[in-house]
Design a binder for this molecule. Structure first.
Ligand code: SF4
Ligand code: SF4
Length: 251
């Protein structure tokens, strides 16, 4: 879904043409793609092949001849086994046109519901003011993804909002409970984190959105990204993928 940012899909193809191997980090966008909203689950349910959300994300990358390795950041044995199973069913150019169309639809759903494009890499941390930057963004994004879901997802939204309220909202609370992590209100817009962010996020501005929704209680819909009809295709190299002999195997 991030084919239009950083190096972009065009950059990926260019590197491949120059014989440069490309390693993809955060294929599941910091875990975000593993917990899809109902709308995305509906797309997966109607897809020609049944896959888990993580499997869709990994197969999308492994399908591309330009991707040499994917670093999926597994944190448990279960995830390791699931990813190995996915890898066994992967291959360059192995996805059908129908499957690629399902991926396009999934990307559209996520693009419309992810407020901040943070991948939880934590390169911006620590913040001298104690702001727990990745967690603030994760809560906001998860609230946006779950907001239109079923009763269970709405309950989880409520719990996430409550979790945010437990973060330190001011200096006094921060000194008393440093382990709670700091809320967006602690940000002084010093800008120290901005140059460390590989996603080139304007972190103080994005934290404003966190405060607006989770602090002031504004509707998250107000902060959803605008629909951009000119987002580069996820599969601009679709034709090249078919028939390539390149093998990519890493997880
Ligand atoms: S801009 Fe805000 S979040 Fe970033 S380092 Fe400064 S105080 Fe922390
Ligand atoms: S560096 Fe950027 S992408 Fe990484 S956790 Fe911080 S805000 Fe998120």
């Amino acid at each position: 879904m991030d084919t239009g940012i950083q190096a972009t899909n065009e950059g990926l193809v260019y590197a491949h043409e120059k014989g440069i191997a490309v390693v993809v980090m955060e294929p599941v966008k910091g875990g975000m793609l593993a917990n899809p909203p109902k709308e995305a689950l509906d797309v997966m349910a109607s897809a020609p092949v049944k896959r888990s959300p993580v499997d869709w994300a990994l197969q999308f990358l492994w399908n591309k001849p330009e991707v040499s390795a994917v670093l999926s950041g597994m944190s448990s044995r279960v995830q390791l086994e699931e990813n190995c199973s996915s890898a066994e069913h992967s291959g360059v150019g192995s996805l059908s046109t129908e499957e690629l169309e399902s991926i396009d639809q999934l990307a559209d759903v996520f693009r419309r519901r992810i407020v901040v494009g943070c991948t939880a890499c934590s390169y911006c941390m620590p913040c001298k003011q104690g702001v727990d930057i990745p967690d603030c963004f994760a809560i906001l994004n998860n609230v946006a993804l779950a907001e239109q879901g079923d009763f269970t997802q709405k309950m989880s939204t409520w719990l996430m909002k409550r979790g945010y309220k437990r973060k330190s909202q001011n200096e006094k609370q921060r000194e008393k409970r440093p382990e709670a992590g700091g809320a967006a209100t602690l940000c002084t817009s010093c800008g120290a984190c901005v140059k460390k962010c590989p996603q080139e996020l304007d972190i103080p501005a994005e934290l404003e959105k966190v405060h607006a929704v989770l602090g002031r209680g504004e509707k998250v819909e107000k902060y959803l990204p605008p629909i951009t009809p000119d987002v580069p295709s996820l599969h601009s190299n679709r034709a090249q993928s078919a028939g390539s002999s390149h093998e990519n195997t890493d997880v």
